[in-house]
Design a protein around this ligand. Structure first.
Ligand code: FES
Length: 68
């Protein structure tokens, strides 16, 4: 198969300090499960703070408090 037979390339955007945003719909293989996301765009957590991994819940936006 050629690249043309696969359709247009899927776009992936890496947000500095935030998620990877992927054009949907997509299927995600995570911890032995396959999750289907039918959204137009899907944000995947890179920071490790999300409570709904592998999806981003915007926890990366929380500012850490200074202890000093
Ligand atoms: S990248 Fe958004 S919560 Fe981790």
């Amino acid at each position: 198969m050629t690249a043309r037979q696969h359709g247009p390339a899927r776009r992936v955007r890496i947000v500095r300090g935030g998620p990877v945003v992927v054009d949907g719909p997509i299927e995600i293989e995570h911890e032995g499960e396959t999750i289907r996301c039918d959204r137009f765009q899907v944000a995947l957590c890179l920071c490790g703070r999300s409570r709904i991994k592998p999806l981003c819940d915007a926890s990366h936006r929380r500012v850490r408090r200074s202890t000093g």
